[in-house]
Design a protein around this ligand. Structure first.
Ligand SMILES: [Mg+2]
Length: 233
């Protein structure tokens, strides 16, 4: 009996020694984007609304005379895995860790975006992507996009990153450049009819009759466009 009790005590001590500290809980917004079907449903619903809008636009315009501009992060590509890693390890965002994440080229698409971009192209519109990812990350970004099925020519014609270190985060000048870039590529007179993004900076101050569609990113980054980030629209 004494031997048996000693073994039990030893086993209990061993269990205590090998117990790992609990993984930190994710912040509510990150947990929502990472784990809740509600996030995907909301994103799909926004893209369905944007799709219905461009259907109406296309019916009233000449083919190839209109374009939509989308942000990339949390609008086309979902980087919640990067955020989950940070919160799991207790780290915070750094340009270096973000750069390494983009080099992985493993971000999946935001739910609904593939169908939306397919629809814009099927309706003879143009797709332009304007992102604050660094110019040094452009090639990886384009390869990540290609891996999820979004390729230049077939799916988008413009991808504008942000030159570092001096390029402004404000997208106004790059938004304005999109019609000119399309014009010199053989599509003059294109009007931007819609913007899609997750941040206030993805929406131009002057929409000039265009529509803005907001993807809720659960307040993970920047200045969210969602009035109340997180569950519920
Ligand atoms: Mg974004």
């Amino acid at each position: 009996m004494r031997i048996a009790l000693s073994c039990l005590a030893f086993a209990a001590a061993l269990t205590a020694c090998t117990t790992t500290p609990p993984t930190p809980a994710l912040s509510p917004g990150v947990d929502w984007v990472a784990n809740s079907p509600g996030w995907a449903e909301e994103a799909e619903a926004v893209y369905a609304e944007a799709g219905a809008y461009v259907e109406a636009v296309a019916a009233a315009r000449e083919p190839k005379s209109w374009a939509v501009i989308l942000d990339v992060d949390e609008t086309v590509l979902n980087n919640v895995e990067y955020q989950v890693r940070l919160e799991t390890t207790g780290d915070t965002y750094t340009p270096e860790s973000w750069h390494a994440w983009t080099a992985e080229k493993s971000a999946p698409p935001v739910p609904g975006v593939i169908d939306f971009i397919e629809k814009v192209n099927a309706l003879d519109g143009h797709v332009a992507l304007v992102t604050n990812r660094a110019d040094s990350e452009q090639l990886w970004t384009e390869e990540n996009l290609s891996d999820v099925g979004l390729t230049r020519h077939d799916d988008f014609r413009v991808l504008l990153t942000r030159a570092r270190p001096d390029g402004p985060s404000d997208k106004t000048a790059r938004f304005a450049l999109v019609p000119s870039m399309l014009a010199v590529q053989g599509y003059p007179g294109v009007e931007v009819v819609a913007f899609v993004g997750d941040n206030e900076g993805d929406k131009p101050e002057d929409l000039s009759g265009a529509e803005f569609f907001c993807i809720d990113q659960g307040a993970m980054y920047g200045e969210p466009c969602a009035a109340v980030p997180g569950p519920g629209r």
